[in-house]
Ligand binder design. Sequence first.
Ligand SMILES: *[C@@H]1O[C@H](CO)[C@@H](O)[C@H](O)[C@H]1NC(C)=O
Ligand SMILES: *[C@@H]1O[C@H](CO)[C@@H](O)[C@H](O)[C@H]1NC(C)=O
Ligand SMILES: *[C@@H]1O[C@H](CO)[C@@H](O)[C@H](O)[C@H]1NC(C)=O
Ligand SMILES: *[C@@H]1O[C@H](CO)[C@@H](O)[C@H](O)[C@H]1NC(C)=O
Length: 461
Amino acid sequence: MLQKAVLITSTLLATARAQQVGTYTAETHPSLTWQTCTSANECTTVDGSVVIDANWRWIHSVNSSTNCYTGNTWDATLCPDDESCAVNCAVEGAAYSSTYGVTTSGSELRINYVTQNSNGANVGARLYLLKDESTYETFSLLGNEFTFDVDVANLPCGLNGALYFTQMQADGGLSEYTNNKAGAKYGVGYCDSQCPRDLKFIDGEGNAEDWEPSSTDSNTGVGGHGNCCAEMDIWEANSISYATTAHPCSSLGQTECDGDDCGGTYSAERYAGVCDPDGCDFNPYRLGNTSFYGPGSDFTVNTDDTITVVTQFITDTGSTSGTLSAIKRFFVQNGKVIAQANSETTGISGNEITAAYCEAENSVFDGAGEFSAKGGLSQMSAALAEGMVLVLSLWDDDYASMLWLDSDYPTNETASTPGVARGSCSTSSGVPATIRQQDASSYVTFSNIKFGAINSTFTAS
Ligand SMILES: *[C@@H]1O[C@H](CO)[C@@H](O)[C@H](O)[C@H]1NC(C)=O
Ligand SMILES: *[C@@H]1O[C@H](CO)[C@@H](O)[C@H](O)[C@H]1NC(C)=O
Ligand SMILES: *[C@@H]1O[C@H](CO)[C@@H](O)[C@H](O)[C@H]1NC(C)=O
Ligand SMILES: *[C@@H]1O[C@H](CO)[C@@H](O)[C@H](O)[C@H]1NC(C)=O
């Protein structure tokens, strides 16, 4: 997927410290409960919390409120090079609700789309589940299932309320990199399969060298480095479409990359990197079932109502030590368990992600072959086996207006070409500059996160 950080607009000056740590605003993580389950209704509540990614935060001089980064440019004095940037700059604590529009209550997290604040406007957020103050929770998904409730009713075309896993370091790189004093407590260390180059800090250094401010977004840019790691997109969705996508990387763990060799969305050479930026995806609309998911009671899964999303990581042995053989999906709505729709596309069969499904999808949809080139389902399995960090986000898409999720894409191909139609949104929808105005009050809620043995986290009623 195309995950990018959309920041606070231009002059964010009020409260923060980077790779070092700021002292203007105390970092208080919103609490979020979730559950681990061993068998149906045998669940234990865990007291967790969430942390917002460092990219959203105010970054300023370690000694003053002078910005290290303003709008979409770095201060040349504080950040003459990547190494001194990390020494000179601090990431600040976050006022979650007032600045970023992020709130929690019990087991529910809400992320608002546009939040007006004293510095301008914040757009979306990317959050990680914490185990304690300074450590991300890591999940071992193999042979287990992961379930959550989601409300997508207020997510129109162009928005993406995402729940996914990436192979970030559990401490955000705090122990490995001397100049990283912030770590997981401040949401440092993000990586994904696009090898994002909009990150402000990677591996204990700034990303100021070769930074090109975005021409379309006044808050973001692309730096000389990116950060790659495997990504398992359980859920990328709005009220029109959803996709579940596995993105393996040929390397395991988090890996810094250089310039266009990073590949992915931010680089001139999409397939130059170690990760598969396209992934093997399952979107029922794209697979020919246009009435499975959408707003209203005519759809099998009605996005006007809360949806329970169950994802099972089935292994060849049936145990947690096996190798990934299928990613299976159920929905629960109004007490009814609903199996994921089968593919209706000739040449692609089934309702789950398997090695055979991914091969067929790549061939029928004329894919680039990157999934298998980067190790396929077995490499995804290897990444899952090492444990992954839970990411919850709401974002819009400067690169492709989210058309790859909810419209016809690529836009130069006819909609009847297999794989092009992905949802009912217009090809002119989803432009961030437009929807930040028109759909500013959009939001997503995630709640009732449960993790445990196969079939332990949901029941029909
Ligand atoms: C901050 O203050 C310390 C101590 O005076 C000094 O060594 C350092 O260079 C200063 N850093 C910046 C970025 O001003
Ligand atoms: C879509 O999926 C639902 C649920 O599996 C099924 O009942 C329906 O017949 C499918 N529709 C089409 C057009 O394939
Ligand atoms: C659409 O654009 C892509 C990328 O430029 C190109 O490879 C493809 O051939 C084009 N398709 C059509 C139908 O023109
Ligand atoms: C889980 O439940 C499904 C649907 O009821 C069933 O087909 C499957 O065998 C169960 N799996 C296990 C491991 O109990």
